[in-house]
Ligand binder design. Sequence first.
Ligand SMILES: Nc1ncnc2c1ncn2[C@@H]1O[C@H](COP(=O)(O)OP(=O)(O)OP(=O)(O)O)[C@@H](O)[C@H]1O
Length: 236
Amino acid sequence: MEFALEARQLKKEYQDKLALKGLNLQIKPGEIFCLLGQNGAGKSTTINLFLGFITPTSGAAYINGLEVADHLLKVKEYLAYIPENVMLYPNLTGLENLALFSSLAGFEYDKEQLLFYLIEAGLPAEAASRKVGTYSKGMRQKVGIAIAVAKHAKVLLLDEPTSGLDPKASNEFSDLLLKLSSQGTAIFMATHDIFRAKEVGTRVGIMREGELVDVLGTAALDANELEKLYLNYMHN
Ligand SMILES: Nc1ncnc2c1ncn2[C@@H]1O[C@H](COP(=O)(O)OP(=O)(O)OP(=O)(O)O)[C@@H](O)[C@H]1O
């Protein structure tokens, strides 16, 4: 079977810091994998390797069966990325931003279709014609999701997307992720939010000092048990 995301002995060393120590991981289409870990554990490094923003010291990252470092452009077609702060053009409206990013990915849509994507992602219709500079963080995340859907991304990478969102916005965001995964999108999310990880994740990985020390199925755990396990790893 072809995995949506795969890491094989993936290693990254910066100058004198071994940030990722040989990660092995396989994620299927429709899965939501949440990666927990303290600051500096190697979560962003992992995401940046899947995105092709940095090159591995050894080992390889694969998206849809393609080695990222060898197929940077092709892999970009499959991927959408939502960082903590979605980068959009503040002087363009939500509709204009979506039109621009869709077109960069090779998709041209009329206004009606663009509006449909934005509303599907939970943006109020009245906001779509407003400049993005006036949007809240949660609204910008929704535009990020609309871009992912409009470019038919097979894989969504997220780096702490819910930090700084209020509980309602965070909850709406979780619902969007669940909807995307039910449509077959594979989702890989670095987060500090154990509760959300349990709620949306199919599996949760715990990373410590560049190593994936555990991977847990969320179905058999409640959030308190997951928090206990996590804290245990951090203290030992
Ligand atoms: N460009 C770089 N040069 C040198 N060291 C780096 C670089 N980027 C990251 N590191 C180091 O690699 C380790 C892993 O960092 P990384 O950003 O992947 O952690 P993280 O788990 O994403 O942390 P956070 O939760 O704070 O985002 C850290 O020790 C960090 O200082």
